[in-house]
Design a protein around this ligand. Structure first.
Ligand code: DUC
Ligand code: ZN
Ligand code: ZN
Length: 481
């Protein structure tokens, strides 16, 4: 009788801390043993010295999220998690988004129904709080946190999503009291509205003006304000999709003042620039790259790389927000001549996130393998309450593992991807690494170019209170409120 269900032999493993060679023995979907010359498995895979890493955790993606402008996300839990698995991601965090006037509980129930029977890898939910009513603050949010929804996003922009400054402070106070992690979309709504109005009045409607309506100042100011509110309330926060130098300077300022401010960046800030939003006013292909904050310039790409290398960022996510380019409910839902402010924000990236960072971060020597693992898996699990079940290679952890092919000479092609979007913003970018095999709780879901998962095998994961969300210990004689 074999001792393990599966043994991966001669793996070159990396965690956020270590690199080591081991056989990995898997039983009942978890890692049962790490060692050399392990006993037999029912199945055996020879990794032959290849990198075996924790499966990626995408801490920020949007799947089948209801919208308010008539558009429809191209990926649901089926196509989205399939695409993720084929790119080496084994856990996703999409968003259960409260509509204004809706209870948070109703948003969560609706979102469970959307995921039910579809996900092929494990998933947890972030909440999006858009209506911070007394009932939400006093009862719903605390109850949902207790049930395992321990992270939530708030917006400082978008009329249908944004909170007032007072509401932000109130939500931060609830997070502090109950130990949840707040993710902040930091852009100044009034500045964007003012700039947009002026651009449109001058007939500047093409996609490329999206970047002019949301300059870095807008992100810098909101990032600073969010940090100030976190300091006031004395609670850690996580700033999502940071795009460049000015916001990073705010992060560094916060760190130099001893504040627990965490941050995420995304592939679009390393691989795209504002030029990708269009070369002239007739260029509508730029709609493919409309996302917020917008991509900046080459110099800012380097600053974001520097931030990844130096620890300004803890998390690297895709911010997959999938809208088709040509489909009826995609980027041109409001018509083929829609002005930039009526084009849905978001770009796809679930499947390409890991290969892009591995190829251009690790294989170029910018990042260590441990940093790659930390940014793409371990830190995500820690920030959002899934560690140590997810995000590492350790006895007792789920056997979510990826065996990597390296030294490749490939280019990203949308025709090779498994999402439901008719383009990738990363078309033709070179990659030297790609997952050869993805294991989700010990089951092969991607191998040698073939998707082998099945709808509904993914499990919902309630999250623990994240340790990094813990406020700093108060000195004696601290706050009196
Ligand atoms: N914010 C996101 O987090 N995703 C897509 C669009 C946006 O503005
Ligand atoms: Zn956002
Ligand atoms: Zn997003």
């Amino acid at each position: 009788m074999a001792e393990f269900d599966l043994v991966i032999r001669r793996a070159r493993c990396a965690t956020a801390a270590d690199v080591f060679d081991a056989d990995i023995g898997i039983r009942n979907g978890t890692i049962a043993s790490l060692g050399s010359n392990l006993a037999d498995g029912v199945e055996e895979i020879d990794a032959a010295g290849r990198w075996v890493l924790p499966g990626g955790i995408d801490g920020h993606c949007h799947l089948d999220q209801p919208t308010s402008d008539g558009s429809k996300m191209a990926d649901d839990f089926l196509s989205g998690t399939r695409s993720a698995a084929c790119g080496g991601t084994t856990t996703v965090f999409p968003f259960a988004c409260q509509q204004k006037g809706q209870s948070l509980r109703a948003a969560v129930d609706d979102y469970h129904q959307r995921a039910e029977g579809k996900a092929c890898i494990d998933y947890a939910f972030h909440l999006i709080v858009t209506d911070a009513t007394p009932e939400v603050l006093a009862n719903e949010l605390p109850a949902l946190i207790r049930e395992g929804y321990t992270s939530f996003k708030i917006y400082m922009t978008y009329d249908d999503l944004k909170l007032s400054d007072r509401e932000i402070i109130d939500v931060l106070a609830v997070a502090r009291e109950h130990g949840a992690m707040v993710m902040v979309h930091a852009e100044n709504a009034d500045c964007i509205a003012w700039l947009t109005e002026r651009l449109l009045a001058h007939g500047h409607t093409a996609p490329r003006y999206h970047a002019e309506a949301r300059p870095m100042l807008v992100e810098r100011e909101a990032t600073h304000r969010a940090i100030a509110y976190a300091e006031l309330v004395d609670v850690p926060i996580l700033i999502v999709h940071v795009s460049g130098r000015e916001a990073i300077e705010q992060l560094r300022w916060a760190h130099s003042h001893g504040l627990r401010i965490y941050a995420e960046t995304c592939p679009q800030y390393l691989f795209l620039t504002a030029d990708d939003l269009g070369i002239d006013d007739n260029d509508h292909r730029g709609a493919k790259c409309i996302c917020s904050p917008p991509p900046r310039d080459k110099a800012n790409q380097q600053v974001v790389w520097d931030g990844l290398e130096s620890g300004a960022f803890q998390i690297f996510s895709s911010d997959h927000a999938p809208f088709t380019f040509a489909g009826p409910q995609g980027k041109f839902t409001a018509g083929s001549e829609a002005s930039f402010d009526r084009i849905p924000n978001g770009i796809p990236g679930l499947e390409t996130r890991l290969a892009l960072l591995f190829s251009h971060g690790v294989e170029t020597g910018r990042l260590t393998m441990q940093q790659f693992v930390a940014l793409t898996a371990t830190n995500v699990a820690r920030m959002y309450g899934l560690y140590p079940r997810k995000g590492s290679i350790a006895v007792g952890a789920d056997a979510d593992l990826v065996i990597w092919d390296t030294g490749l000479d490939r280019r990203i092609r949308n025709s090779d991807l498994h999402h439901n979007v008719d383009y990738t913003p990363y078309e033709n970018i070179s990659v030297t690494a790609w997952p050869a095999l993805t294991l989700s709780r010990g089951e092969v879901v991607w191998r040698d170019g073939n998707y082998l998962g099945s709808a509904g095998r993914g499990e919902f994961l309630p999250c623990a209170l994240p340790e990094p969300a813990r406020p700093k210990p108060q000195p004696s004689g601290g706050n009196t409120w």
